[in-house]
Design a protein. Sequence first.
Length: 230
Amino acid sequence: MERILQALDAQWEELAPSPEGRRALIRWANDHDELVGLHDLHDVVGCRRDPQVADEVLTILARRSPMDEIAARTLFQMLLPGLVSLVGTVGCGDFEAQDEIVALAWERIRTYPTTRHGSVAANVVLDVRKRYLKLRHGEETTTLSTVAEPLADPADSPEEQVLGLLLVEEIAAAQRNGLMSEAVLETIMRTRLGGERLAEVAADQRVETHVLCQRRWRAERRLRSLPLAG
């Protein structure tokens, strides 16, 4: 993934402050007050961390993307962290996963339905995940995801939250099939699905945050290669 990321970052660093990028932003701001006052495309991407405007900006870009390549490229840049996470969760052992997922994401963005409702970030990640699994396995198989090394207290983006929910569904199915204990499932459910911060859950359980983080990661990683019953 590093090679692709370097190429994408180089491309983005050239486009974001360019006159072409600024002209595109001016056009968008003429129609959308949410973009008024932004200086360049770097500022647009920065909106992903502002919960007050993130969804609105993503929706604006998604609706323009089929006809506006710069809007599509900006939306792609906003979703890139989630796509990197997707490569790690469904592309383990597939050396072509990064290329496939990038290509599928770009295709989805350029053909995004202008009337589609719901979270743009979630919709794109779920669509790309579904397409990738179908292409690679010929069907929508259900297997536990590969889990990357955890952060001590991650601030999840919308698409990363979707990946977390998918992982919880898979692990819950594993528990129903007798592959993990109720106690381990509870730890994962509280942080992945319940939205509780690791520090809060750790305090409740009287353990250090990093201990709880590693416990959750080990439980998920231990089950990552086990196939689930359909």
